[in-house]
Design a protein around this ligand. Structure first.
Ligand SMILES: [Zn+2]
Ligand SMILES: [Zn+2]
Length: 311
């Protein structure tokens, strides 16, 4: 399963009642943060999710409302007693950005690895999570991300028993390796069940709609997408500033055949996003206004919708 927590829903600047847009993902004992504007660590603390397991920080682009909180978060992770490395991912320009922000947190008890990503890059993150990057259309280099948690194939114990495979070889078979014993070979293919669907979450923010986005987010269990402005009437302004209106985000969700859309990154001028929800729902009914600290545990399709939620 994959846990998702939306830490904030604001764009441009934090407001007294609205944290900046940021997301936490958690699976297999690894936590990933996507974007970290000013104040994100406070919202993170309110969420109750710990800092020690932070394996990666993923930045969509360099604008302050997505990055200015980084030094404080690195410092707080240090205070959480983490000593394992932390990787920071982002578009072109992320290395000098992190160097500059680290000027005020030069010494940390863990290694920080920075990796710049480009259009189409795919990264295997610890926790069996596959991250893909898509270049989008904003004023500066900006990436959308999709995260897929692969589901391993089921080990069919009864088949292994029928084939008289000794128990000490089961682990290898489970991991997909063929095994040889008593002069014969059993292929993993023979004992593993059919491929099983995984879990996909996509994050798209600070961009105009692009022709690649529906395919990129296709089939997501959850799409978190910006809606800087509410109505179609503001489309011209959104276009000028490299953002979207709600119905444009909903159109990406509809064409991408996603299961659910959370809108985020609202303009400070947009005081009540709910006012414009119906307009977006006419395009894609499963549209919701993002709510800070809203947490979703997404199980595998063949997994019961319950569990400890805390791995
Ligand atoms: Zn922004
Ligand atoms: Zn921006």
């Amino acid at each position: 399963m994959l846990d998702v927590c939306l830490l904030g829903t604001g764009g441009m600047m934090p407001m007294p009642d609205r944290w900046l847009s940021a997301v936490l993902l958690r699976t297999g004992g690894h936590t990933y943060l996507i974007d970290c504007g000013e104040g994100t660590q406070i919202s993170w603390k309110r969420s109750g999710w710990g800092f020690t397991q932070t394996t990666g920080i993923i930045l969509t682009h360099r604008h302050a409302d997505h990055t200015a909180g980084l030094p404080g978060i690195l410092y707080t992770i240090a205070h959480s007693m983490r000593t394992d490395p932390v990787s920071i991912y982002g578009p072109f320009g992320t290395e000098p950005l992190v160097d500059a922000l680290r000027y005020i947190v030069p010494r940390l008890p863990y290694e920080v690895n920075v990796k710049e990503l480009f259009n189409g890059d795919c990264v295997a993150l610890p926790g069996e999570l596959e991250m893909r990057a898509l270049e989008v259309s904003h004023q500066v280099p900006c990436l959308a991300y999709s995260f897929t948690l692969r589901r391993s194939r089921e080990f069919q114990r009864e088949v292994a028993e029928e084939l008289d495979v000794p128990v000490e070889h089961w682990r290898a078979l489970k991991s997909g390796q063929d095994v040889t014993f008593n002069g014969r070979t059993v292929a993993a293919e023979e004992v593993l069940g059919p491929p099983r669907p995984g879990i996909k979450v996509s994050m798209v923010t600070d961009t105009r709609p692009t022709s690649e986005l529906p395919r990129f987010v296709h089939g997501s269990d959850l799409l978190i997408c910006e809606g800087m402005y509410g109505t179609e009437e503001e489309r011209e302004r959104a276009d000028e500033r490299g953002h979207m209106v709600f119905p444009e985000a909903a159109e990406i969700a509809r064409r991408g055949d996603v299961k659910k859309l959370w809108l985020t990154h609202f303009s400070p001028a947009l005081q009540d996003p709910e006012e414009h929800l119906e307009e977006a729902r006419r395009v894609f009914p499963e549209t919701y206004i993002g709510v800070a600290h809203e947490t979703l545990t997404i199980p595998f399709p063949d997994e019961p919708d319950e569990g400890d939620g805390g791995t």
